[in-house]
Design a protein around this ligand. Structure first.
Ligand code: SRM
Ligand code: SF4
Length: 569
């Protein structure tokens, strides 16, 4: 046998890998493209602007009309801020609110990773938008792209060493894993302009990412056993704090969580993060770096659908993963303590912080802050924030916490909420406050079906049915996405509704509130107007035979897939 016959050629790298490699540290031709009078970027720079925090989209509602008129797509841009732990100041909030009005579509959206997104920005306004965001001391750098994304932490502003330390660590890791390339500064912040390839560039070292950055996105979060509102099990890297006597003494390091999959492609699947090892606080950064470097070197760079860390873990198993991680970690790895997660608080309503101040959590339906009809949420928040200048936390459940408030603020906040038509959190149904939807149509180019615009009416129907069944006091999580990519983590919830095609969805049940288990398919290709009717027999049976205070997902899990499916035909 010849050498040629025995040697397997290295797999072909994906097109995005080549774009990254030739990008001169994420510069590409973005600066030149911005100067060009056009509505969109070329294919290469369309990929690169993601690293700078923006996606090229088009208004999908306008597609048909424009097609009839013979005009092309209405291109526009989404701009995402990366906000570690969701912590923003009052002036930053007000700046984003102004930018949304001036350059975007007049709405703000809190994301499922504690960030802000603006939609509908035109290319001609993209530079001003990102520049203005940076002037408010927020950033969009690395909010998207093949790097470590926003680092999440439990958002509650409790004045305890534990909550404060998790926020501090989130800030630190976000900074530590931010790309070092000066491209962002040059392009958006009026740094030294870059002439094309011939110019001598200010190339800096990317000690963690190297020349090719990561094979794919990478997501980090911190959680507490009593507060897993960040959904630790969906993260590439999660730190579950071990608390003793009010202090963090270490963390169970989890790796390999992820949600995205493709309908009909069994090579893609959601995966629950696994505990890999235990790290002490002084080992945390090196442990995190080890996992990122392992991913950098072993992630799939040929097939982007298989490029996430979860596929490395699924292929290797925990033992091999730990052994390889050991080659990156400068300390001996010890086994995880397998700390159990028990809580998933939303932090809505009025709470004492523990330092004499208070915070107030306001539920934002699907994260969208807008004025519409009598519901003037955006004006209400702007007014409250101008008046009290609170510090602010955005939650992974797409809600907002107004923090550092004086005690006397409560009645005034309630009065203003009433004036602007906002329902107080304790008057909302539990199913609504525990629901999430992704933006989907009209902005998301990958959406197969509606989500954000469809979920409110599904929740309305569910509220009626749950009340009739006497289940309205149950916390049942419902998460809806317009495609199987799983942007609001629908595969861990009690009920998952995942866009399939047009008005048809795949229905999932059997996850749980704390997100520690994957759900399973109850029924495929369910028409939107049949979603609640399809769930009804399962909900009724749950009411009839639940054991103790068993949750809906736990009951479905106990019954099993075939028994649940038999109920819905
Ligand atoms: Fe996401 C892609 C929105 C959190 C998994 N996600 C997208 C894009 C950029 C669509 C695209 O690629 O063209 C969506 C933009 C829609 C729009 O119009 O704004 C989008 N993802 C979102 C947000 C805004 C949903 C939300 O309702 O808040 C979230 C932004 C978070 C942030 O601030 O950084 C968002 N996306 C998530 C999460 C949840 C999480 O991170 O905890 C997931 C599942 C976890 C995971 O990563 O596995 C998620 N998004 C995806 C995927 C699937 C990736 C995969 O491994 O297959 C895609 C598709 C892709 O990357 O190719 C995607
Ligand atoms: Fe778009 Fe799909 Fe993510 Fe929803 S889940 S935002 S439809 S990529």
């Amino acid at each position: 046998m010849s050498i040629e016959q025995t040697t397997t050629a290295p797999p072909k790298r994906s097109a995005v890998e080549l774009i990254k490699e030739n990008s001169r540290q994420l510069r590409g031709g973005i600066a030149e493209e911005l100067a060009r009078d056009s509505e969109k970027f070329n294919d290469q720079d369309k990929q690169l602007i993601k690293f700078h925090g923006s996606y090229q989209q088009d208004n999908r509602d306008a597609r048909k009309g424009r097609h009839r008129q013979g005009s092309g797509k209405a291109f526009q841009f989404m701009v995402r801020c990366k906000i570690p732990g969701g912590k923003v100041t009052a002036s930053q909030y007000l700046a984003i609110d102004r930018i949304a009005e001036q350059y975007a579509n007049g709405t703000l959206r809190i994301t499922s990773r504690q960030g802000f997104q603006l939609h509908g920005v035109l290319k001609s306004k993209l530079k001003q938008t990102i520049h203005a965001i940076n002037q408010s001391l927020l950033t969009t750098l690395g909010a998207c792209g093949d790097v470590s994304r926003n680092v999440m932490a439990p958002p509650a502003p409790f004045a305890t060493p534990v909550y404060q330390e998790l926020q501090r660590q989130a800030d630190f890791l976000a900074q530590h894993f931010a790309p070092r390339s000066k491209a962002y500064h040059e392009i958006w912040l009026n740094g030294v302009p870059v002439a094309h390839a011939s110019a001598s560039l200010d190339i800096v070292d990317e000690p963690i990412y190297g020349k090719l950055y990561l094979p794919r996105k990478f997501k980090v979060a911190f959680a507490l056993p009593t507060d897993n509102s960040v959904d630790l099990y969906a993260q590439d890297l999660g730190f579950l704090a071990h608390v003793e006597n009010g202090d963090i003494i270490g963390y169970d390091l989890h790796a390999g969580g992820g949600m995205g999959m493709t309908h009909g492609n069994e090579n893609t699947f959601p995966f629950i993060a696994k505990p890999i090892c235990y790290v002490t606080p002084d080992q945390l950064v090196a442990g995190a770096e080890g996992v990122i470097k392992l991913f950098r070197d072993h992630g799939n760079r040929a097939d982007r659908k298989r490029a996430r860390l979860k596929y490395v873990l699924a292929e290797w198993g925990v033992d091999k993963f730990r052994a390889v991680l050991q080659t990156y970690a400068p300390f001996p790895l010890t086994l995880p303590k397998n700390l159990p997660v028990t809580g998933f608080p939303l932090h809505l309503g009025w709470h004492e912080q523990g330092d004499g101040k208070y915070f107030y959590g306001i539920s934002i339906e699907n994260g969208r802050i807008k004025d519409e009809g009598d519901l003037r949420l955006r004006t209400a928040l702007r007014t409250l924030i101008e008046k009290y200048q609170p510090s602010i936390r955005l939650t992974p459940m797409q809600d907002i916490l107004l923090c550092d408030l004086p005690k006397f603020a409560k009645p005034l906040i309630h009065r203003l909420m009433t004036v602007y038509g906002i329902t107080k959190p304790d008057r909302l149904s539990l199913v609504q406050t525990h629901s999430l939807a992704c933006p989907a149509i009209p902005t998301c180019g990958l959406a197969l079906s509606e989500a954000e615009r469809a979920l409110p009416s599904i929740i309305d129907q569910l509220e009626v049915e749950l009340q009739q069944l006497g289940l309205d006091k149950e916390k049942i999580s419902v998460r809806m996405t317009g495609c199987p990519n799983g942007c609001v983590r629908p595969y861990q919830s009690d009920i998952g509704i995942v866009g399939r095609s047009g008005d048809k969805y795949t229905l999932f049940v059997g996850g749980n509130l704390i997100g520690s288990r994957l759900n399973f398919v109850l029924k495929d290709l369910v028409r939107m107007d049949q979603i609640v009717a399809t769930l009804l027999p399962v909900l009724a049976n749950y009411k009839a035979i639940r054991v103790g205070d068993e949750g809906f997902g736990d009951y479905c899990h106990r019954l099993g897939e075939s028994a649940c499916r038999a109920m819905v035909g």
